[in-house]
Design a protein around this ligand. Structure first.
Ligand SMILES: Cc1cc2nc3c(=O)[nH]c(=O)nc-3n(C[C@H](O)[C@H](O)[C@H](O)COP(=O)(O)O)c2cc1C
Length: 240
């Protein structure tokens, strides 16, 4: 164990923050940590919109499905795929391939995680807000995103005003395969379901009675934001 690994392993999403602001120097370090991340072909197809306007925050909290912490967090960052810069450099660039949208999404995730870990290493906490994609077009309009640029997710950051337990993950041997894909052993899933049941039952806030299997089945039983493809297409992305 070193301090980096300790920070990584101590992660848990924070959804309640004290009013204490994040110092500008800290924020700059968090962003620099994000910029230091790997980037596919160094395309750097990411933009971050820092939302300081409280009226906009209020709307974003609503668009995300009434997630109050979007309004309350010291900082709220919106991560976007961004090919507008490349289009500005040369309007002839072909930024509408799905491959490039994947690159923008992967780069954004990697950059965001660097930001979150940097923040967590300073004693701050945060949570990703994929809920912004519930109303992607409204978010897009509010933030005046140009062609080639599309909203992916937000991130709340601030000083934690809660101390939730670390959420158990699938065991490594289920996730990591060697040389070839290993068939799933349902006993492993049953065991993890029991672990999650105990975790949910013992959790101080938001106790619930369900298993991981039940949760993921529910999540994947309905539509998954079917408006996203037409939204991306409307931004000139993921067209072919
Ligand atoms: C891309 C992404 C989007 C997420 N969106 C939300 C969200 O809209 N609201 C929320 O409360 N948590 C959101 N989360 C947090 C996850 O629910 C959380 O990471 C997961 O339950 C594991 O918990 P932990 O982060 O505390 O370990 C999101 C996480 C990721 C990676």
């Amino acid at each position: 164990m070193n301090n980096t690994i300790r920070t990584i392993m101590a992660h848990r999403s924070i959804r309640k923050f004290t009013p204490q602001p994040i110092e500008n120097e800290q924020l700059q370090t968090i962003i620099q940590a994000g910029l230091a991340a790997s980037s596919s072909s160094l395309l750097q197809a990411v933009s971050i919109i820092r939302v300081t306007d409280q009226a906009k925050r209020k709307l974003l909290a609503q668009y995300a499905g009434n997630q109050a912490y979007v309004e309350d967090a010291a900082e709220f960052l919106v991560f976007c795929i961004d090919y507008q810069r490349h289009i500005s450099i040369n309007p002839a660039v072909q930024a509408d391939y799905t491959e490039l949208t994947l690159i923008g999404a992967v780069d954004s995730g990697i950059m965001a995680q660097n930001c979150l870990l940097a923040a967590e290493s300073m004693g701050l906490g945060g949570v990703y807000i994929g809920g912004l994609r519930n109303r992607a077009e409204k978010v897009d309009e509010l933030l005046e995103l140009p062609q080639g640029t599309a909203v992916l997710f937000g991130m709340c950051l601030g000083y934690p005003d809660q101390s939730p337990e670390i959420k158990p993950r699938l065991p490594a041997h289920v996730v990591m395969h060697e040389n070839q894909y290993q068939p799933l052993n349902m006993d492993d899933i049953q065991h993890y379901d029991q672990t999650m049941q105990v975790y949910y039952a013992n959790r101080s806030a938001n106790q619930k009675q369900s298993t991981w299997s039940q949760d993921v089945t529910t999540k994947l039983s309905g539509e998954s934001r079917p408006h996203i493809l037409p939204y991306l297409n409307s931004k000139g992305l993921a067209k072919r």
